[in-house]
Ligand binder design. Sequence first.
Ligand code: GLY
Length: 391
Amino acid sequence: MKKNLLFATLFLSFNTIFAQDFVNKSLQYSTGQVEKALALIPDKSKDIPRNINSTTTKWRYVDFRDWTSGFWGGTLWYLFEFSKDEKLKNEADHFSRLLTPLAYEKAFDHDLGFQIFCSLGNGYRITKNPDYKKIILAAADTLATLYNPKVGTILSWPRNVAKYGGHNTIIDNMINLELLFWASKNGGNKKLYQIADKHAETTMKNHFRPDFSSYHVVVYDTLTGKKIIGQTHQGYADNSMWARGQSWAIYGYTMVYRETKKAKYLDFAQKVTDIYLKRLPKDLIPYWDFDAPNIPNAPRDASAAAITASALLDLSKMIPNKAKAAKYYTTAVKILEELSSERYQSRATNSAILLHSTGHHPNGTEIDASINYADYYYLEALIKLKRINKL
Ligand code: GLY
């Protein structure tokens, strides 16, 4: 056995033993937190927990139209998957079905993918309920109405065309391609695959700087499809590396490779990952923007860490280079271990699962907060780790 392969194998075995302890414990802890949060919801016919700001212990609730509405249902599905508790299944079903109208209305924006696939998508994966499948397929067709073939991407924010001066696509939009890929192979229109593939290819070409860090927003001429400019929206500056944006890129290209098996995406997923890993602080939890001016006193973004950990577990299984695969896997485990520590778990502080995420720093909102998508991707990653290690 080659030396680095032996090292990688030893490292993986060590991490299997090591993972055993905190994974089940953290899932157990998360189940308890979510049960507390469920009991606090004022009106389950409309209120969906979104965040808890650092100055309070109270949830802020949103309705099904909010971009984060699917993460709560998804969280409940992951915890049902872990606990097999029928009560959680009923809650997951209820909070997922709340989003149904989104699939049949005119598309508001690209977030439809997050909303429907994280909730009903997980519901269908686990239960194979045909009701869910019907809604997911309808949502994929609705999302596809935002595609502009001249540009080769989905219009992320129809409401912001005038503000940005053209067809805008944001890096977050990569995640929503999963809905299109899924629909194309589960009875939906085959063209949805081409749309998703083309979006990923166009974004790969236009959305990244030479060091493979991502712009948040790219604006295109709606009619000619020509790129106009790369900008930020939730990052520190147009040329800074917004942490969650880079995490969306890592997760997005890993998923696109899984769906297409095109080598260019696997190569690209590693490039966008490597710049992120290279610039991380020692504890592997990024500041909200890698170029924030007040590092090391800048707020962190636990959500970016959770998204990245989930993607790294997949990426580590896909790449042929064993030493590099071991590095990705080990990093994912270390990130999850840090998120599972008293530094990041909310515990007695509030009834969310994690602390210290940053939603929209330039807006002054959700800074150093508990946010439902951090919890969702944390659970997703823990469930993956549990599955990989048969825990
Ligand atoms: N998709 C919006 C965000 O990541 O904040």
